[in-house]
Write a protein that binds this ligand. Structure first.
Ligand code: GLA
Length: 383
């Protein structure tokens, strides 16, 4: 059954009738720019052909109902309060509702929402941003707000930072909002400007998810975030993106060894993102050279930012030895999660399976393999 049909059926099953509004938002792959976003640097991602769908209907009673294929139904009457424990997944759409209040949403009554997803669970493809964006598209339609997808990306990030409580940057929401078929999304995080870059025909993106998750993944993310801000402060700038490579190199001796490594990763990663952008926009876009920068990015995450794990390093090493692979790296926050590979289209399932079986030989279980392609961003399916 298609995702849209299943979210509509879920709606009917729980609330009766047919939902007024149905939306979809994709998951994302971080192409390059590891932990550059909250340092106000640039980042490049791709929206993918899998995501989250929301079906919605307003109701007269002041009650907010959420149901999903994955979790039990949740009902709240106070939309301004965060939920804790098993119901906390509702904070994503509820956070979006709250962020829309400051953008003209006039509260009256409540709503009923059903949610479904075809993103493999815990796949590191940012199902939370997809849920935020699908909710933002559906809610802004239901409450008659006229907001651009760029604005909805900011709404999603605000929900995540202020309501869910994760100090993430704009990457996940920006890519889910502004994806385009066959194109990557470039975000200048210092100005929140979004643009698309053609990837070109003949290339594929493969995801290898380790399903490993560092038990402290959220606090490790915050720790890295704080180390980056400490480095910027010590070096007399607002953000690490305000430093050139040369300025960083001449000031880095002021930093403690760990903080210097984190900052070095970010400053050089920003330089790599700029190079990738130039290469792809160049007259004869050199995707092979882009691949080399993806491998460099991984090594920098591994050695300097120290957010890789042996499973991801192993995957990137095997992928690097395969002929049709142009580049590979960890994608997203790190400390577990997934590796992505940019390949020529001659890289097939058979190659992917050989990576999986080598991985199984080493770690005893297979990674989840997903072949995906750059796709359109968040959108209304019907109203
Ligand atoms: C997570 C965050 C993003 C970004 C990446 C690392 O995916 O949600 O904002 O910081 O990690 O680049």
């Amino acid at each position: 059954m298609s995702l849209i049909k299943s979210v509509e059926e879920l709606f009917t099953k729980h609330y009766g009738g047919t939902a007024k509004v149905v939306s979809f938002a994709p998951g994302r792959v971080e192409f390059i720019g590891n932990h550059t976003d909250y340092n106000q640097g640039p980042v490049i991602g791709a929206a993918i052909n899998m995501g989250v769908s929301v079906a919605l209907q307003r109701c007269e009673q002041t009650v907010f109902r959420f149901t999903s294929g994955l979790y039990p139904t949740v009902e709240v009457t106070d939309s301004s309060k965060q939920l804790v424990g098993k119901d906390s997944w509702v904070n994503y759409p509820l956070g979006v509702y709250n962020a829309l209040l400051s953008r003209g949403l006039k509260p009256s009554g409540g709503f009923e929402m059903s949610i479904d997803s075809d993103l493999p669970h815990g796949s590191g493809l940012s199902s939370s941003a997809a849920l935020e964006l699908a909710s933002a598209v559906a809610l802004s339609k239901a409450y008659e707000l006229d907001l651009s997808n760029e604005e909805l990306a900011l709404v999603g990030r605000e929900a995540e930072n202020n309501f869910v409580g994760v100090p993430c940057g704009i990457l996940d929401q920006g890519v889910s909002a502004c994806g385009k078929k066959g194109e990557l999304v470039h975000i200048d995080c210092s100005t929140n400007s979004f643009s698309n870059i053609k990837l070109g025909e003949g290339y594929s993106i493969w995801i290898f998810n380790t399903h490993k998750k560092h038990s402290l993944v959220d606090s490790m993310y915050e720790k890295r975030h704080d180390e980056c801000f400490e480095a910027a402060k010590e070096l007399g700038v607002g953000y690490l993106a305000d430093l050139t490579v040369a300025a960083f190199d001449s000031g880095k001796s002021k930093l403690s060894p760990d903080v210097a490594k984190r900052a070095e990763h970010v400053v050089y990663e920003i330089d790599r993102v700029n190079k990738v952008q130039e290469l792809l926009l160049g007259a004869d876009s050199c995707v092979k050279d882009v691949g080399a920068l993806l491998f460099q990015s991984h090594r920098s995450s591994r050695d300097l930012f120290e957010n890789s794990v042996p499973e991801l390093d192993y995957l990137v090493d095997i992928l690097e030895s395969m002929p049709a692979v142009l580049g590979a790296r960890l994608t997203g926050g790190g400390f577990g999660g997934a590796a992505m590979a940019l390949t020529e289209n001659t890289f097939t399932k058979v190659y992917a399976e050989s990576v999986s079986s080598a991985y199984r030989g080493m770690f005893g279980e297979e990674p989840k393999v997903i072949h995906c392609w750059a796709s359109d961003g968040a959108r209304l399916i019907r109203s």
